[in-house]
Design a protein around this ligand. Structure first.
Ligand SMILES: [Zn+2]
Length: 429
């Protein structure tokens, strides 16, 4: 009954490193992520002052942040779940748990690359202030527009590469328009994109009007009208996080989110795969339910691969991909070309080639492991050298994901991101 097995036991496919664009590193043991197929993460916040720096030996703490020191030993909270009732803070790891991942650091020590936000910026008393899982210091209240620059600068100084803002009118006061605009303006001056948790009627619209770059969750509070969805698709990214709405038992919020995402995608909007990992019963690795939900929202297989392999967020070229040298992403080189798969840059290795049966697609994706390029090359070489069998060593390359090629050790002249070896070229799903 499980159409999940790859269509061929032999074969291997190499893709750019998969990204989970919404995680909370501090609330999980990130060690299984690599084996679970996640090469990169966007760590969307909840750190207390000082904790991000201490968790990231390569972050520029020596610059001095001017921030209160807080308590580096207090566990950072998770931003959580859209609804309080779903909040399930897990046992936090020590701040060192994310040390290997670091803020905007390269992959190393078996951990994914990570690009991080620091505190949540919110209205005084706004979400998630006062939540039991949110220790004092994890939310930076911004009362006035004139406070915005200082708040953004403090995140920058703490090693953050992105800004996380909460606009949750269902849970408390939200930032007024002028304050929100000032935050976005300063963040952009700093080269930092703004990710917004928008919840409650009208909050997604407010985030959009303020110039936010991405929504941390597909809007789920309300069905947005087509005109707004189309406008958002023109200049915003949405992080999917569909599975948090029921964790396999879809609820009304799930249906609204899928309804919004379907039209956003159809309108050409940029969808990023993200799970809100650290919040609720989610696998530490690729989440097949999230992939299936994306497919249910009308994304084709190629679209899902794009959502997993995105490397740029609009003009922010170093946000979804950490630089390959220690240091904050904003100071890193603007990587381009094949060197993305160079030392320290994990790629995705999948078992077998992409299945012809669309029903087997998500199961095939979930065979993913994040590996060093050399390991991927060895796997490809092994297939080529002996196990090609009936396929006579054919190598199919489908340039479907629209991203940079990866170095797999096989040079066949193609520049597509996907290299399948040991079977027919993958069908377009
Ligand atoms: Zn979250």
């Amino acid at each position: 009954m499980t159409p999940g097995a790859p269509s061929g036991p032999a074969g291997a496919t190499v893709l750019p490193g998969f990204l989970d664009a919404h995680v909370h590193l501090a609330l999980i043991d990130p060690a299984p992520l690599i084996a679970g197929g996640i090469a990169r993460v966007l760590d969307l916040g909840g750190w207390t002052p000082g904790s991000l720096e201490s968790a990231s030996p390569e972050s520029p703490s020596s610059r001095g942040s001017g921030e209160p020191q807080g308590s580096p030993s207090s566990p950072p909270p998770v931003e959580v779940d859209p609804r309080a009732g779903r909040t399930r803070p897990q046992v936090a790891n020590s701040p060192r748990a994310g040390a290997g991942a670091g803020a905007a650091g390269p992959a190393g020590a078996g951990l994914p690359e990570a690009v991080s936000a620091a505190q949540f910026l919110a209205a005084p008393g706004g979400y998630p202030s006062g939540r039991s899982w949110a220790p004092a210091g994890s939310v930076r209240p911004v009362a006035r527009a004139t406070d915005a620059a200082g708040a953004v600068d403090a995140q920058h100084a703490a090693g953050a590469s992105v800004i996380k803002v909460t606009l949750n009118s269902a849970a408390g006061p939200v930032l007024p328009r002028d304050v929100l605009a000032a935050i976005v303006a300063r963040a952009h001056e700093r080269g930092m994109p703004v990710f917004v948790h928008a919840e409650g009627a009208g909050q997604a619209l407010r985030a959009f009007r303020a110039g936010a770059d991405a929504l941390a969750h597909t809007p789920f509070s309300e069905l947005l009208d087509d005109a707004l969805v189309a406008a958002m698709a023109g200049r915003m990214a949405w992080i999917s996080t569909l599975d948090i709405h029921g964790y396999g038992e879809p609820d009304d919020d799930f249906d609204r989110a899928v309804g919004n995402l379907r039209r956003f995608h159809r309108a050409g909007g940029r969808v990023l795969y993200g799970t809100d990992l650290g919040n609720g019963p989610l696998p530490v690795g690729l989440n097949r339910r999230e992939i299936d939900a994306l497919l249910s929202a009308g994304l084709a297989g190629d679209d899902v691969i794009r959502a997993l392999t995105a490397e740029h967020l609009g003009r922010f070229r170093n946000v979804l991909r950490a630089p390959d040298r220690p240091g904050p992403a904003r100071q890193g080189p603007d990587r381009k070309g094949p060197d993305r798969a160079g030392p320290g840059r994990l790629v995705t290795l999948l078992s077998g080639e992409r299945p012809a049966d669309p029903d087997a697609f998500s199961a095939w994706l979930c065979t993913a492991r994040a590996v060093e390029p050399a390991e991927a090359a060895a796997a490809v070489a092994a297939v080529e050298s002996g196990e090609s069998g009936e396929s006579a060593g054919t190598a199919g390359t489908a340039g479907t994901a629209g991203t940079a090629p990866v170095e797999s050790g096989r040079r066949n002249g193609h520049s597509g991101p996907e290299q399948s070896v040991g079977g027919a070229p993958p069908p377009g799903l």
